[in-house]
Design a binder for this molecule. Structure first.
Ligand code: ATP
Ligand code: MG
Length: 335
């Protein structure tokens, strides 16, 4: 009976393409929202350049990596070259400047892991976090955006996965689950691994873009226009990919030994990275290598309790995709 149900489900899976694509469409930010983000960035640039004429502002994170859903906050990086820069002083000065210009809820969080100023613009209604000289985040934003242009299925899959993770409460790094950035890397890696591959490995190709930040060499192929047909031999649809993604993380990933690596387009061993023991708070219970800071495991926030929560959620999602008559509702049910 189970076999029969399974086979039925496999044949039925493509019926879910339309509802998944409808969910995806409903999450895409409207052009109007993008325009408002630009408007806010222009205002901030004007204010910042009055004080530091050489400073530049960059958007990063989901408002710039093409994985942002509508009504997201925006992440901004202030790039400022100053030999003896004191981040806290700059953040406090920024907060003063913004407050005097009637921006609201202005707060300088100088002691956070990534120190920021937060604010809300009453004109556009957009909230924003501004950090200083986080250039690696600006570059990994570009890498993600470049991957998104190669095959439309990446953006579809990542939107569905992020929407699932937010609905199920497993997108909370301070509670030991994964960041949006980690989920997008999981999706990229997954599509690199399909056979035929849906995505290439940009960091293993000829270098057309490079930058060195804090002694880290960031190099990859960024002429992605020429890769638009890369995944066309693979005909898998979004519903098949959602099914396979959850199946992979529920039953196929080797949590004890494997590290997923977008940088190499492959799976590395924990042993080779020396990620087999807990060191400090890095437990390496699910291992996701950062594409540039390769000693950095994005799964390091996950602990003994939250790994269980996470794996149970992957199993729940895989079960729903396999057996539930109405997966597009059940998958996203609030926890
Ligand atoms: P959301 O839509 O949930 O806001 P997001 O893409 O903005 O998604 P965040 O997790 O808020 O994701 O991270 C913002 C950006 O900060 C990421 O896109 C990435 O550039 C950078 N980032 C976040 N976490 C890390 C990390 N652990 N290491 C390096 N860069 C990171
Ligand atoms: Mg964000």
């Amino acid at each position: 009976r189970i076999l029969k149900r399974q086979m039925l489900c496999r044949n039925d899976i493509d019926r879910l393409n339309a509802p998944f694509l409808a969910i995806y469409d409903s999450l895409i930010p409207a052009e109007e929202e993008k325009a408002k983000q630009k408007q806010l960035l222009t205002l901030l640039e004007k204010l910042v350049c009055k004080e530091w004429p050489k400073a530049r502002l960059y958007l990063y994170g989901s408002c710039a990596n093409s994985f942002g859903v509508s009504k997201s906050d925006i992440d901004v990086c202030l790039a400022i070259e100053d030999a003896d820069i004191n981040k806290s002083e700059i953040l406090l000065r920024l907060a003063d400047i913004f407050q005097s210009d009637n921006l609201q809820n202005v707060q300088a969080l100088t002691r956070a892991r990534v120190p920021i100023v937060k604010l809300m613009d009453p004109v556009t209604g957009i909230s924003c976090d501004i950090c200083i000289n986080n250039i690696l985040a600006v570059i990994n934003t570009k890498l993600l955006r470049d991957y998104a242009q190669i095959d439309a299925r990446l953006r579809q899959l990542a939107f569905i996965v992020k929407h699932w993770a937010k609905s199920r409460g497993v997108n909370e790094t301070y509670q030991g689950t994964l960041s949006s950035y980690a989920y997008v890397l999981m999706c990229i890696h997954f599509l690199q691994q399909r056979r035929p591959a849906i995505l290439p490995c940009l960091q293993e190709m000829e270098t057309t873009y490079s930058a060195t930040v804090d002694d880290i060499e960031c190099a990859f192929f960024d002429q992605v226009e020429v890769l638009r047909n890369f995944g066309s031999c693979n005909k898998e649809t979004i519903s098949q990919l959602v099914w396979a993604f959850f199946n992979y993380w529920a039953y196929r990933h080797d949590y004890a030994n494997s590290v997923i690596s977008v940088r190499t387009g492959s799976i590395l061993s924990k042993h080779a990275k020396d990620w087999t023991r807990r060191i400090g708070n890095d437990r390496h219970l699910i291992c996701i290598e950062d594409p540039f800071q390769t000693s950095h495991d994005l799964g390091r926030v996950v602990d003994k309790h939250s790994i269980k929560v996470l794996r149970e959620e992957f199993e729940r999602a895989a079960y729903i995709m396999q057996y539930d008559p109405n997966p597009c509702v059940k998958l996203f049910e609030p926890y």
